[in-house]
Write a protein that binds this ligand. Sequence first.
Ligand code: GDP
Ligand code: MG
Length: 301
Amino acid sequence: GTLPHENFRCGTVALAGRPNVGKSTLLNALIGYRLSIISPRPQTTRHRILGINTNEAGQILYVDTPGLHRGAKKAMNRSLNRAARSAISDVDLVVQVIEAGRFTDEDEALYAALVEQSSPRLLVINKVDLNKDKTVMLPFVADLVAKHSYDEIHYVSALKEQGLKELEQAILKRLPVQPPMYGEDEVTDRSERFLAAEMVREQLMLRLDQELPYATTVEIEQFNDRPDGIAEIHAIIWVERAGQKAIVIGNGGAQLKAIGTSARRHMERMFERKVFLKLWVKVREGWVDDENMIKKFGYTD
Ligand code: GDP
Ligand code: MG
């Protein structure tokens, strides 16, 4: 293709931050598309996902990173940490996302890792909708900038979509002038198959209690576009123990049905066609601590 114009910019931006600060919400708001799954739980994002936003001025390739996790004993956590570290190297710009009024030890550790990278870094203070009190915010920020160096600071609410245009401008002007790497209609580098698994996993995150979501994963066994225009999708929900299987299925199958119905609705909206979704729950003991299983399920960098 031809270069849109001679000042067109294109580059990669890592959204980094500890779990739950709102990186995935921010990504979705910035690209205007519900790409990355969101839940109030940490570890919702397990994969490196590229979110693409193209406008007249340029093309921004956002990388939503899994947060760094403590307790890297389990193969799953180790794999997540590798993915998070590789995501902040090799980008044109890093955006560190924090929560308004809180800068924790984990935020500090991430900052230390960022300082070792040569790429410019912006600080995004998210969730300002929860913290309107200036007498709290001003000293918090004053203290922060006295001890850290960022190229710019932005106040946003990813949820209320506040401050995002200014942030986008700041990001764009730091990207290299070069032609786009993806087509202007492309929104992600991920396949529908991958997104389908994520949409089932999102429902598990939202509907299951306590530790159970962390013992589950989703495998798409079949993704078939039928001649009648319906996408037929078969997914396996893997759990670690028989007792967990019973919980995921629920009384008379009610839980599994609710998971399937919500996931299917999201798929139909994103894939823009009818979906026939079939779910199975299967037991694979100890998959969370098995490197081979983690690889099989795609948790690799
Ligand atoms: P991640 O782990 O950093 O990707 O965080 P998520 O995007 O999954 O968000 C974690 C939680 O914070 C979810 O419950 C979001 O709805 C919530 N959240 C994200 N952004 C905002 C915001 O700007 N304001 C408020 N009030 N909540 C937010
Ligand atoms: Mg996330």
